[in-house]
Design a protein around this ligand. Structure first.
Ligand code: F0G
Length: 454
């Protein structure tokens, strides 16, 4: 087993609490068995998400103290534009307050009834914005994508035959754009390959269809192309990134993931595409030189973007995730393989195979994990799905408990604690039962809905 190394040292710390198990039980009952509703003071390791919870570097924190606070034309924003140009090689930029705001503006500008957005896989907020504008989503993942156990290195790839079929079915003029998600979140932080992207982009070009890339999880996709794809081992991260973006017409990101703070943005080299979206930004987000971000966040984002090009920085999460995933896999505990970015994803469907999908095994596993460890993960299964027109649950393709790895936050001994508790839970999995709703919101129900044990 390879021991991953922290290529940074801890200089500011935050105290953690590990509540006694009786209190953890009370907390999860109080939270309606929904880990989103737990108080962070009651959580030992917060592995809910890697969004806005990443560690900042000394240079980021330093940059925040020299922020130029002005509504229009802030010098902090000029630095960000330069970072977007240096790091992403993109000329035009629209700042927004976070990733889903970019999704809102993109969907508003390019989606309408009768059109479709083919994608390798959806993300919750992405799909909601596209469908809100009346467009359809078609997922064109490969057969490997949903196999929880696999050694396929690029499960985030698109199936080229499916793409051709979707274009034929809808007509190229009705394809709003093709969306490629880097580090495909909901199938387990899985990357796509440059070869697949190149092929998709060539097809898109022949049909005059735009390619949009969600680069929120670009760090780890870059890492995996460098270590897994032939011909990229010796290429600098910057060259790999520029090649990736050269196959896109526009891209967007959540700054909560890609540069460790807040905010987000939309990038393009195409002036027409930029102009189609531009005027929505002052309406919904804020003036074009801040887009809803504070200048301190803008400063930290600029520095964070440059740090994305440092192989040591982007290696941290994937190497720590690999450590946990490989160890659980070796013990026969059902976990998504190969290890991806973002986190370790337990296959709750198999882990709790005695719980039917309509009783939410992934939600049950998230609650049980918290009770037995104080670790909070996130349900990524049927609770995160929706109901159909008959009011039945649309069963998720996979029932996952995601244990996210905020970048550069946890030490190896904390990861070993998680490993130990997961083993205990697996040995005692028969103790866990299913869940039912007590309060079910109509939209994005997983955020604030409440459940109870059946
Ligand atoms: N795209 C991807 C791939 C994401 O993972 C997220 C957020 C977004 C877009 C939306 O960005 O949160 O800044 O509005 N993912 C978070 C998560 C919420 O926990 O996986 P946002």
């Amino acid at each position: 087993e390879v021991t991953p190394l922290e290529m940074h040292k801890v200089r500011v710390v935050q105290k953690l609490n590990l509540l006694p198990i009786e209190e953890r039980k009370e907390s999860i009952f109080g939270a309606g068995f929904n880990t989103f509703l737990l108080q962070n003071k009651d959580v030992y390791l917060d592995m809910l998400t890697d969004s806005g919870t990443n560690a900042m570097s000394d240079n980021q924190v330093a940059a925040m103290s020299v922020a130029d606070d002005s509504y229009a034309g802030s010098a902090s924003y000029t630095k960000l534009e330069k970072a977007i140009s240096d790091v992403f090689n993109q000329k035009f930029f629209l700042p927004v307050h976070q990733g889903r705001a970019a999704e809102h503006i993109i969907a508003k500008s390019f989606c309408k009834p009768g059109t479709v957005v083919p994608m390798n896989y959806h993300f919750t907020t992405t799909k909601a914005h596209i469908e809100m504008m009346g467009s359809a989503v078609e997922e064109i993942y490969t057969d490997e994508a949903l196999k929880t156990k696999s050694s396929f290195p690029f499960k985030g790839n698109m199936d080229i035959n499916k793409l051709n079929r979707v274009i034929e079915k809808w007509g190229a003029e009705n394809v709003a754009y093709i969306r490629f998600e880097a580090g495909t979140n909901l199938i387990g932080g899985q990357p796509f390959s440059m070869a697949n992207l190149r092929e998709v982009s060539a097809i898109a070009k022949t049909h005059g269809i735009m390619v949009l890339m969600d680069i929120s999880l670009i760090n780890e996709n870059l890492y995996f192309i460098k270590v897994r794809e032939e011909g990229y081992q010796n290429k600098p991260i910057k060259d790999i990134l520029h090649e990736m973006l050269s196959y896109t017409d526009f891209s967007y990101f959540s700054g909560r993931k890609v540069s460790c703070t807040r905010g987000g943005g939309i990038c393009t080299n195409n002036h027409d595409i930029y102009m189609k979206m531009r005027d929505w930004v002052p309406l919904y987000e804020g003036f074009l030189t801040y887009g809803g971000m504070s200048v301190r966040e803008i400063e930290a984002m600029s520095v964070g973007l440059y740090e994305t090009l440092d192989f040591n920085v982007i290696s941290h999460s994937p190497t720590f995730i690999k450590y946990l995933v490989d160890s659980l896999d070796k013990r026969g505990i059902p976990v998504i393989t190969p290890s991806g970015g973002l986190g370790c994803h337990l296959d709750a469907g198999q882990f709790l195979s005695h719980i039917p999908q309509t009783q939410y095994p992934a939600g049950a596993l998230a609650a049980a994990m918290y009770i037995c460890s104080g670790i909070r993960g996130m349900e990524r299964g049927t609770i995160s799905s929706v109901r159909d027109e008959n009011g039945d649950d649309v069963l998720a393709d996979v029932e996952l408990l995601r244990l996210a790895f905020p970048r550069r936050v946890f030490t190896l001994s904390q990861i070993k604690y998680a490993e130990d508790r997961i083993q205990w839970l697996y040995d005692n999995r028969h103790l866990v039962g299913g869940l039912e709703w007590t309060e079910e919101p109509p939209v994005l129900r997983f955020f604030v809905g409440k459940l109870k044990p059946i």
